[in-house]
Design a protein around this ligand. Structure first.
Ligand SMILES: C[S@@+](CC[C@H](N)C(=O)[O-])C[C@H]1O[C@@H](n2cnc3c(N)ncnc32)[C@H](O)[C@@H]1O
Ligand code: SF4
Ligand code: SF4
Length: 321
């Protein structure tokens, strides 16, 4: 038996953690007490790519990255203190700081996901939860967005990882696709290209930082049809597609907030820190800097928060289905 890539033995050994999460959920539901369930950390302020859709470049400032000792302090004083369950490592490109990745995995065995562009060899870490590999379309479209040869490098690194790390290595590879106006017609191609080398795929939609961003796939007929197609593909591809229908339905329309202000979005549920360990606002794609560019909540397509709303965990309260 496996639930979201976690085996029965693991689930049993993690029961104290579930107890904490259960308490947090109850505290929120009955007393409106908001304590983060998940974490995210930009462990590096550098990236080897300059993808066309990327929010990270929009608010990038030239400042130092943290040392390993400084990250250990953030781990203890923020993530451990607040008993977050799963932590996602992001960047920039997190594989450029393998020392920090290893530290997090050691401190949170089977609870760390690393989001990576996959252009560097993927290390085998015994206690990693999984790697999210970002894929943005067919080879041609992915390269248009991420740069020449990006797809081939990622392809090779994923296949090398799967072929060289035992028969279960494919379980460590999950694909994440950010759907936009350029790649929306390639969803099925991405599934077909990667299904043999990965455990799951998750979809989210491009979130703009300015009105009229041409990469944003507008609400309306085209977007609704695509979401319905993904829901239908879940029959075809079994549990390979991880998005619950409740979340996919939200993606047809505005669900998070108004203009640049989160309303229903449960921003409190994910403790997000930047490369300096400072808390980001309003969410993991925001910034800790005061005069930063803000994401457009009204057109948000982020997966990590919408999945919570889909399950009834909302900014202002819990709704029952
Ligand atoms: C900022 S990247 C950092 C990790 C790594 N460099 C990578 O590309 O996977 C994290 C994820 O955010 C996605 N992303 C970037 N800009 C986005 C945007 N404006 N809206 C939604 N997702 C976005 C990327 O496609 C990637 O999957
Ligand atoms: S590789 Fe990741 S962080 Fe770097 S530009 Fe692309 S999406 Fe952004
Ligand atoms: S995830 Fe961020 S951009 Fe999206 S609605 Fe929430 S706060 Fe706004």
């Amino acid at each position: 038996m496996e639930i979201m890539g976690r085996g029965l033995r693991q689930i049993i050994s993690e029961s104290p953690l579930y107890f904490h999460i259960g308490l947090k959920y109850a505290g929120y539901k009955f007393f409106n007490r908001k304590s983060p369930l998940y974490g995210s950390a930009d462990i590096i302020n550098v990236c080897n790519l300059h993808c066309e859709h990327c929010y990270w470049w929009l608010n990038r400032k030239e400042n130092e990255d943290l040392t390993l000792e400084q990250w250990k302090k953030i781990i203890d004083e923020k993530f451990k203190k607040q008993h977050v369950f799963i932590i996602t490592l992001v960047g920039g490109e997190p594989m450029l700081r393998p020392d920090v990745v290893e530290l997090f995995v050691k401190e949170f065995p089977k609870r760390i996901c690393v989001v990576t562009n996959g252009t560097f060899p993927i290390p085998s870490l015994k206690d990693i939860y999984f790697y999210w590999i970002s894929i943005d379309g067919t080879e041609e479209i992915h390269n248009e967005i991420r740069g020449q040869d990006a797809w081939a490098k990622t392809r090779k690194n994923v296949i090398d990882y799967v072929e060289n790390n035992g028969e279960k290595a494919w379980k460590d590879i999950w694909i994440t696709m950010t759907i936009n106006s350029r790649n929306y017609m390639t969803v099925r191609n991405v599934i077909e290209d990667w299904q043999d080398y990965s455990n799951k795929i998750g979809f989210q939609f491009h979130t703009p930082f300015m009105k009229g961003d041409p990469l944003w796939l507008p609400f309306g007929e085209k977007r609704t049809k695509l979401v319905d197609e993904i829901i239908a593909m879940k029959q075809e591809y079994g549990d390979y597609i991880i998005n619950p229908n409740s979340q996919l339905e939200l993606m047809k329309k505005s669900w998070g907030g108004k203009d640049i202000v989160p309303v229903d979005c449960p921003t409190w549920a994910i403790l997000s820190v930047d490369h300096m360990g400072r808390e980001k606002m309003p969410c993991c794609i925001g910034s800790a800097e005061k005069n930063s560019l803000k994401p457009r909540c009204e057109e948000c397509g982020l997966g990590c928060y919408s999945v919570l709303v889909g399950y009834g965990i909302k900014g202002s309260g819990i709704i029952s289905h």
